[in-house]
Design a protein around this ligand. Structure first.
Ligand code: ADP
Ligand code: ZN
Length: 736
């Protein structure tokens, strides 16, 4: 190795980097990109990732420091994954060190060892007793594995197994289940091979639509993106299962990304009851050792299926075969802070890079994906009906201007609720607002209870007897009277807590389960409550957004949407899309089994075109019409956006930065680019900080990218940037 070797290292720090270091020693093998390196940074040391090895540096010799230590024998990140990260860092204008950090479990980021206890498989006495000749006819791969294992006293490593057959994983599982092989494996919290003697569910016969979708999807060899638009309950998961099975048979891994709230034990159980192969589950709630273990099984190829929330898009996939993004419209697939990436968009990029198919599934696809399907960049596959007898629910509107609600409930709604409960159905009541009431109002002077730190009202929580701000979390005791005039205070509007009370009074004979962030803080509480509903111990189910996704309530026959009007006149151009998605998603919880479902929506605006379109033509009719409106107004997906946010405890500091940013943008932005703002964020003051923003809109991504590269470099130099906290959000999904 050359003494002058220069290591280019990215370090998780809010600086663009990468940085050059000299190799720690002149002995040993040349370091390889993807390995972790301990490097000095300022007065301390950090763990970085080696991204390139060079022979020279532009950093002057006297300032070039030695790296301290190479931590890994083999690279942790392969070349392709590194290319993805490099691309993402450039595209999202985010420091590469932080982007690379997103791809590793925390313990590896902190420099802990991968504990490379290599797993191997040893033959048992039972395995030696097997008659190989007979087995060879029935299961040739198993026979070859046993033969080779019998001749290898140290056991077979996965590379040796893979040499026998790319589909080794399945055969090994069978042999382990039969007690012919045992695995010698890692120490901590072993998730290795699944327990033996598990009865797998048999796959149902596919419906005609499923069959067609599976046939098309399974014929894909290369990169392609398919939008699987299937109404809720149409059996998208079954389609995924078949595609995953095909990949497993070919010895390849499948990555499934799901929204945060969708990754329930229920979903994982569904996978486990269909696949005996190893499944790695990756989400933020895991313990560090489980997380590392999941990462390792993905990395060494032993996990055939990797299910995870958005950061799993960076999971190692040495034998990648397929990427699925379920509920691809869900906003939790976009990270909203720090490294603001879209896991869906990166999944598509990764699929192209790896040359493998990508499936985007949803009952309510994002307008971005629909536009891509309209222009045939994505292939569109649809599952328009539910399998078996399950019918889509019938949707009706209740006019709140005609029917005065009491405690949020109108007489017609109460009547249908009785009807469903009396015929042994379950009722789901949806209200996306927790607490007792959105605020308290003085009956004398009309003053509302405001948060002192935010431009928001304090929500009245009756059980805890506090006023709580849902934006900054601050709380205070409930005042007895109005602070201004001593008048009497009264709760205005509905929250789930108040509705729970009202429903309890109206339906005293029916047990109610409420599911929102307040009732499910305790670990395992949400599962406990859901089980009560599934076991039919409770017939009323009340909740927020938490209920809208991923759950299957086979006996819910009525869904009641208490207030559809929150989203009708939103300020964000995506308000209508969001509202329609949540209405359809919640409605989809009804009538999933053999019982027909009904949906009732209370609204002050039953004639609103969005609602009537949704009721008459369903999501796709609505979406195509709304997409047309987007085209006319030039919003995404017909343009692209980047949002520069700035905040400071002093209002002028935030705007001084944004004003300068706008001045800097002028000479850099050519045709096809426009700036909107600076303007206050929709909620300008939050947690005592003033927030402003500047929106950049461009006709195409190329122009946007060229502009952002130049602009960000200038922004980083602005002295005003030190007096305000700022961030750049490329393809923002929330405009505040
Ligand atoms: P989605 O993911 O589209 O909302 P699911 O995959 O959860 O739908 O399927 C809804 C229900 O239909 C599940 O209970 C599933 O077991 C069942 N199902 C799916 N496909 C079939 C089929 N071909 N035949 C019978 N039942 C099916
Ligand atoms: Zn607040």
């Amino acid at each position: 190795m050359i003494a002058g070797t220069v290591l280019q290292v990215v370090v998780a720090a809010p600086v663009m980097g990468p940085f050059d270091y000299l190799c720690p020693t002149t002995e040993g093998p040349t370091p390889v990109p993807g390995q972790r390196v301990r490097v000095p940074l300022g007065k301390s040391s950090r763990i970085g990732i080696l991204v390139a090895v060079k022979q020279s540096s532009t950093v002057p010799d006297e300032r070039l420091r030695h790296a301290l230590e190479i931590l890994d024998i083999e690279p942790l990140l392969d070349e392709k994954l590194m290319a993805l990260l490099v691309w993402a860092s450039a595209y999202y204008q985010h420091p590469p060190g932080e982007v690379f950090a997103a791809a590793l479990p925390a313990s590896l980021r902190q420099g802990k060892p991968v504990t490379d206890t290599r797993r191997c498989w040893l033959i048992t006495e039972a395995g030696r007793a097997i008659d190989i000749t007979t087995l060879r006819n029935k299961a040739p791969v198993q026979a070859r594995i046993l033969e080779q294992a019998a001749g290898t006293p140290g056991g077979l490593a996965k590379e040796q197994l893979r040499a026998i057959s790319p589909a080794w994983n399945r055969s090994v599982t069978v042999l382990v289940d039969r007690g012919c092989l045992v695995t010698e494996t890692a120490t901590e919290g072993d998730l290795s091979l699944p327990p033996a003697s598990r009865d797998l569910e048999t796959a149902p016969e596919l419906t005609v639509d499923q069959d067609r979708a599976v046939a098309v999807l399974c014929s894909d060899q290369d990169f392609s993106v398919s939008l699987l638009e299937g109404v809720t309950g149409s059996g998208k998961t079954e389609v995924y299962f078949r595609c995953i099975r095909q990949q497993i048979d070919a010895g390849r891994q499948s990555l499934i990304l799901v929204p945060e709230i969708g990754l329930t034990p229920q979903l994982v159980d569904r996978f486990r009851s269909r696949f005996s192969e190893q499944i790695a589950v990756m989400h933020s709630g895991l313990s560090e050792s489980d997380r590392l273990m999941a990462w390792r099984t993905a990395c060494d190829g032993s996990a055939a299926v990797i299910i995870g929330t958005r950061s799993a898009v960076f999971s190692p996939l040495p034998h990648a075969g397929l990427i699925i993004v379920d509920e691809e419209h869900d906003s939790s697939l976009k990270q909203q802070e720090g490294f603001r990436y879209s896991a869906r968009d990166l999944a598509v990029w990764r699929g192209r890079q790896l040359g493998i198919p990508v499936i985007l599934g949803s009952a309510t696809p994002s307008f971005e994906s629909l536009a891509n399907a309209n222009t045939e960049r994505y292939r569109c596959l649809s599952l328009p009906v539910r399998p078996g007898a399950a019918k889509p629910p019938a949707v009706s509107l209740i006019n709140l201007r005609k029917h005065e609600p009491r405690d949020g409930l109108t007489v017609p709604l109460i009547t249908v609720m009785h009807r469903h409960l009396d015929s042994d159905g379950q009722v789901l009541v949806y209200l996306n607002r927790r607490g007792f009431a959105p605020t308290l109002m003085c009956t004398a002077c009309g003053v509302l209870q405001e948060c002192k730190r935010c431009d928001a009202r304090m929500v009245f929580h009756s059980r805890r007897s506090r006023l709580i701000c849902h934006h900054c979390g601050s709380d205070r005791p409930v005042p007895l009277t109005c602070g201004d005039c001593d008048g009497e205070l009264r709760p205005v509007g509905q929250g789930t807590e108040r509705l729970e009370q009202a429903l309890g009074d109206l339906f005293p004979d029916h047990e109610l389960v409420r599911i929102d962030r307040d009732t499910t803080r305790k670990r395992g509480e949400i599962e406990r409550r859901l089980k009560k509903v599934r076991d039919r111990k409770a017939s009323l189910l009340l909740g927020t957004q938490m209920l809208a996704k991923g759950h299957d309530f086979p006996n819910v026959t009525l869904v009641a949407i208490i207030d559809a009007d929150q989203g009708l006149f939103g300020t964000d151009f995506r308000s209508a899309e969001r509202l329609a998605q949540s209405i359809i998603q919640v409605s989809g919880r009804a009538g999933r089994a053999d019982r027909p479902g009904e949906v009732y929506i209370q609204t002050c605006f039953p004639e609103h075109p969005l609602l009537s379109m949704l009721v008459e033509s369903g999501y796709s009719g609505f979406a195509q019409a709304a997409l047309q409106e987007r085209r006319l107004s030039g919003w995404p997906p017909f343009s692209c956006l980047a949002l520069l946010r700035a905040e400071s405890a002093k209002r002028p500091a935030a705007y001084a930065f944004l004003d300068r940013a706008r001045d800097l943008a002028k000479p850099l932005s050519g045709k096809g680019l426009c700036m909107l703002g600076p303007a206050p964020a929709p909620m300008e003051r939050r947690s005592g900080r003033y927030r402003g923003q500047l929106l950049v809109q461009a006709d195409d991504r190329g122009a946007m990218q060229r502009f952002l590269v130049a602009w960000r470099a200038e922004l980083a130099k602005l002295p005003e940037g030190r007096r305000a906290r700022w961030s750049l959000d490329v393809d923002p999904v929330e405009l505040f």
